[in-house]
Design a protein. Structure first.
Length: 441
């Protein structure tokens, strides 16, 4: 039995509440309230169903923009946040570089035998961005040129600013892409198996095409490299004229000889070449002598060239070279002896940089890449040869096969004569007109 508390404070309120009659239950009112509640609950569902029906009809209507809106919305949700314009930190497997394009930038993929490709896109950025596998890519940027040593099956991403005024992309000396203002031209090269000729097709893009990924360009151009069947001679239209000031005698810092890998000159080096000229066997021997010659106050290394035609000596020249502080090989002149059938000896083409009006020329740039143009000789009216690096590629001569080479076009404005020379990295001159390297020591 429950015992109540001694105080009676709780009893009176309870009794008062029990005195009130219970409210009367009105069944009709309850049914009316239930119908109103169901009606209010169904209104949003009906509105949603109506909107879905209208959207489905609009989606199916021919020419409706709704499908495009839906796809764009889905793609945006899948893509996630917008990628920043500048690349973030690269993973250990990737390498990359960002370069200011300035007024013009030449991008050269040095290997034309790579099995990789380049995905090209255009972005709202101030810099050109290139990314590729760290193990297969090396990037070098220098004075309006970006050199990429690519190998194997390396794939690259190339992002170009939409506002860049001029960009050229090449594989060796073959043009792949050119951007001038808002006009972009992609060139695709193909080897015709039946004719053995290389053909090039161009595709021009408009401003509206400069979107995320504009083109995918194959780097595998083996059949169209200079050592292929066609052997194309493509001009380097994106040229950079080197300043002769680097070879000015007052610049200082010269060394006799050269450690430039494209034009090595160490005492005792000998190169021997053979070929055919005008139907007769031709030979050329180049020797770095243990002799120096001071020209315009600069101590130069003497390099002798001996030319023979059908077994007879026709010319001997003594050339004067010195290397500038940046690796440029400077040409300070030559002494020339030309032997004629009548026994006479003449000296056409001889010059020295310390003679009035003359200056040292550039025999080999520090970084000879396609498009680089340089004055080789600077003796007005006597010797004014100009050189332009016009190509790269694998070259085979009797002395062997060389994969890292450059092709230089030489032009003489005095008589209009032109010729070509090939140089190999670490070896020097491979081909000089009709003669090719057969031995080097």
């Amino acid at each position: 039995m429950t015992t109540l508390p001694p105080d009676d404070d709780w009893v009176d309120p309870l009794l008062r509440r029990l005195d009130h009659p219970l409210p009367r239950v009105d069944a009709d009112a309850i049914r009316r309230r239930a119908r109103q509640s169901r009606s209010r609950a169904l209104r949003p569902a009906a509105a949603v169903a109506l909107l879905l029906g209208m959207a489905a009809a609009a989606y199916a209507l021919p020419g409706s923009p709704v499908p495009g809106w839906v796809r764009a919305l889905v793609n945006r949700e899948q893509a996630g946040p917008v990628t920043p314009q500048r690349p973030g930190p690269l993973s250990p497997e990737l390498a990359g570089i960002a370069v200011d394009p300035g007024t013009g930038l030449l991008i050269v993929f040095r290997s034309t035998r790579s099995r990789g490709e380049v995905r090209v896109g255009f972005i709202d950025s101030a810099e050109v961005i290139v990314r590729g596998p760290a193990a297969l890519a090396t990037f070098t940027s220098n004075r309006g040129r970006l050199l990429i040593d690519n190998a194997g099956a390396a794939d690259f991403e190339l992002l170009i600013p939409r506002t860049a005024p001029r960009i050229e992309v090449r594989a060796g000396d073959l043009l792949l892409l050119r951007k001038e203002g808002t006009r972009v031209t992609v060139t695709k090269h193909r080897l015709d198996g039946s004719s053995g000729n290389c053909t090039a097709t161009e595709e021009t893009m408009s401003r509206d095409d400069l979107s995320a990924v504009t083109a995918v360009i194959a780097l595998s151009l083996a059949g169209c490299t200079p050592d292929g069947p066609a052997g194309p001679d493509l001009k380097a239209s994106f040229q950079q004229q080197l300043d002769l000031a680097i070879c000015a005698p007052t610049a200082g810092g010269f060394t006799a000889g050269s450690t430039n890998p494209w034009f090595p000159l160490q005492v005792g080096n000998v190169w021997r070449y053979e070929g055919e000229e005008d139907g007769e066997p031709a030979e050329l021997t180049i020797t770095v002598l243990n002799q120096t010659e001071t020209v315009a106050g600069v101590v130069t290394r003497v390099v002798e060239e001996r030319e023979e035609l059908d077994g007879e000596l026709v010319e001997v020249s003594r050339n004067y070279f010195a290397q500038a502080s940046d690796g440029t090989v400077c040409y300070f002149g030559e002494a020339v002896d030309i032997y004629h059938d009548d026994g006479s000896v003449t000296h056409e083409g001889a010059w020295r940089a310390d003679q009035p009006g003359n200056a040292p020329g550039i025999a080999m740039p520090a970084s000879p890449t396609p498009g680089v143009k340089f004055q080789m000789e600077a003796a007005p009216g006597i010797a004014e040869d100009e050189g332009t690096v016009v190509g790269t590629g694998k070259v085979t001569v009797p002395a062997g096969t060389f994969t890292r080479t450059i092709r230089v076009r030489e032009a003489n404005p005095l008589d209009g004569d032109k010729g070509y020379k090939w140089y190999a990295h670490g070896t020097g001159l491979l081909i000089d007109g009709p003669v090719k390297l057969v031995q080097y020591q």
